[in-house]
Design a protein around this ligand. Sequence first.
Ligand code: NDP
Length: 258
Amino acid sequence: MSTTINTTPAITGKPLAGKVAFIHGGSRGIGAATARRLARDGATVAIGYAASAIAAEALVEDIKASGGNAIALKADATDAAALTRAIDGVADRFGRLDILVNSAGVLALAPLDQFTLEDFDRTVAVNIRSVFVATQAAARHMKEGGRIINIGSTNAQRMPFAGGAPYAMSKSALVGLVKGLARDLGPRGITVNNVAPGPVDTDMNPEAGDFAAVMHGLMAIPRHGKADEIAGMVAYLAGPDAAFVTGADLLIDGGFAA
Ligand code: NDP
């Protein structure tokens, strides 16, 4: 006798059962925590990476070992054609695409007179342009209920240090981008939002770093956030409770910008 597995959220208790998510920049840090969380919530997750193939494949194995469904695929943010192909490939393979998370990001810091145009252009390409490219590609496949979630930054609201103007600019650009995209995609029932973290303990910004104490001095809750905490807010935006949230830049920063 064959058994039918019911994937409706009400039956499985998993709010994202039956959904397919592409997580761009899912190999490490916040993206990796998000992949784990969305898989735990029942989604099939496709993990996009650029340099960290080994980490991405290890994450896939971890998710599968926990009973989830995951694949990894290379998709460099600076290559629009490759990124679009990767997203099209996920939609073709699984027959749908419900959630896009844009977590790929770079942070370049330097005194103004030493900041190279190469770093400026890379910041724009990865932190802004790839978000637009991925959104364009994903929106072609999404239906009513689709979710696009970018990892912005509290630095769009407050940049209390020198040397990070292009990074702050890139995250501010996402604030405008989601407002416009919310208008483009709202009529189709697709939401577009930013999650805007404060300092989070990842390779990009280790809590053990020299700079951590200075940052903690600026915060209401003086510690780094955990990648899992950021993933929790992404999961909220991806889930059914957030259907009426769009065009928003949701701070999760321990009061960094307060
Ligand atoms: P990590 O450095 O830990 O991870 C960065 C991720 O981005 C990796 O998965 C990396 O993949 C991917 N990535 C980088 N360049 C590219 C590229 N060219 N193409 C595709 N993927 C790329 O950083 P975090 O997890 O901390 O950062 C994730 C996001 O959160 C970023 O957008 C960042 O700006 C933002 N953020 C981080 C904060 C923090 O304090 N950590 C605070 C606020 C926002 P790979 O290794 O495979 O290249």
